[in-house]
Design a protein around this ligand. Structure first.
Ligand code: AMP
Ligand code: ZN
Length: 111
């Protein structure tokens, strides 16, 4: 199975890494939508937020620990975390990822 974000985790596709541990990888978005825009992904292939189960949910909690840690290290107190699930919601890469956006005013509701 070919998956862009699995290829980023393996290093086959280059990325601008923000953070890595045994469970999670984080890297800057190639098409940033804010002055700071990075993605936090589980190394394990989970297709979307709709595919989280009791068996794989621990890594999701870990993603949020990483988000708190990395934003703290970057000095970000205000930021938005987004996960698009499905085509209608704007998901373009079918590997669970959390967008972390910061550095500008955010509008609500999102488009
Ligand atoms: P989504 O559209 O919510 O599935 O988010 C996928 C994100 O991945 C988009 O914001 C893209 O800009 C980003 N993206 C796609 N390819 C790459 C890449 N090679 N490196 C970094 N970010 C990427
Ligand atoms: Zn994948």
């Amino acid at each position: 199975m070919s998956c862009l974000f699995c290829s980023i985790v393996s290093g086959d596709v280059p990325s601008n890494k923000v953070y890595e541990d045994e469970l999670v990888y984080a890297f800057y978005d190639i098409d940033p939508q804010a002055p700071v825009h990075f993605l936090v992904i589980p190394k394990e292939h989970i297709p979307s937020a709709g595919a989280v189960t009791p068996e794989n949910s621990a890594v999701v909690a870990h993603c949020f620990e990483v988000i708190a840690q990395v934003t703290r290290q970057l000095g970000l107190t205000d930021f938005r975390v987004v996960s698009n699930c499905g085509l209608q919601a704007g998901q373009s890469v079918p590997h669970l990822h959390f967008h972390v956006l910061a550095g500008r005013d955010m509008t609500w509701p999102p488009g």
